[in-house]
Design a protein around this ligand. Structure first.
Ligand code: ARG
Length: 291
């Protein structure tokens, strides 16, 4: 019994939000087109299949209540950046998503996180733009999050931040073109970064799996990593082969209805207990106050 309790506590925790109110109601990235509406029933089916595949990978799914008028609330990756017991809340660039902030804040503080807010006007889109690989926080900026906000987060958390400029509007969040797998190992689409950013990533991440443009367009980089399981949208066979050779177990699940909004597997999730690649996740509880 004690053993079971212990196992239950250490299951990976993932926040999701059901797509009851999801749809393409505005256009804030090049993927979105109100004339190309999401099929509601299919979106629900795809979301449930993603949830099932994460549950099969032994993740525990926690749920944020959907809210009418906030169609992108399903993309929980953007709610906050989680670091130990702290949640640095998003400040969305677009007014259409700003209404999500109080709902995210309320859920996270009820869950026991110390919710931190950045100053007004300092745009930051949570784990969509800030990903740990080992000790380092890689942070995408310009299209959504602001470089200044990243500096402030680095100071708040006491971590090294590497800002990476995103240069292609199709890859407007860092999690659309970069996915840490473990400390020193990541999936990426080099074309989303400028030459300098590419050089920095190559210098800092020893093992890189590059995806080609066709698979990047299928959101290959927008993967959810749970242990050795890596879940992506369908249509990424080359990435899956590379992951298998690197010792991972890739799984695919169709997420086309969410690609219409510019999101896929990773965007639909927020890891609450630390990403697999985040060094702090593996540190002892005495230095990591987790709620
Ligand atoms: N329509 C949403 C937006 O443009 C999609 C967010 C995708 N989330 C992500 N983490 N990449 O903001």
């Amino acid at each position: 019994m004690a053993r079971e309790e212990n196992t239950a506590k250490t299951r990976p925790q993932v926040l999701m939000c059901s797509p009851e109110h999801y749809g393409i109601h505005y256009e804030i990235n090049p993927w979105m087109n109100r004339a190309r509406q999401a099929d509601h029933a299919l979106a629900v089916q795809q979301w449930k299949a993603l949830r099932t595949s994460l549950t099969e990978a032994d993740a525990e799914i926690r749920l944020l209540d959907p809210v009418a008028g906030l169609p992108d609330l399903v993309f929980t990756a953007n709610a906050a950046l989680i670091y130990r017991g702290m949640a640095v809340l998003a400040r969305f660039r677009h007014s259409q998503r700003q209404g999500e902030e109080p709902h995210d804040a309320a859920w996270l503080s009820r869950a026991g996180f110390d919710v931190q807010q950045l100053p007004d006007g300092m745009y930051f889109e949570g784990a969509g733009d800030a990903l740990f690989c080992g000790e380092t926080l890689f942070a995408g900026y310009r299209i959504r999050s602001a470089a200044l906000g990243h500096q402030q987060i680095g100071e708040m958390l006491g971590v090294r931040v590497i800002p990476l400029e995103l240069v292609d509007d199709y890859y407007y969040h860092l999690d659309t073109c970069f996915c840490p797998l473990s400390p020193g190992e990541a999936i990426w689409f080099p074309g989303a970064f400028d030459d300098y950013g590419q050089q920095v990533v190559r210098e800092l991440v020893g093992n890189l799996i590059a995806v080609d443009e066709a698979e990047a367009r299928q959101f290959a980089c927008n993967a959810v990593v749970v242990g050795r399981t890596v879940v992506t949208n369908i249509g990424c066979p080359k990435l899956h082969a590379a992951l298998r050779s690197a010792g991972y177990e890739p799984r695919e699940t169709p997420l086309g209805e969410f690609v219409k909004a510019g999101g896929s597997a990773k965007c639909l999730t927020l890891r609450l207990d630390g990403e697999e690649a985040a060094a702090w996740k593996h540190q002892p509880a005495s230095t990591a106050a987790t709620p």
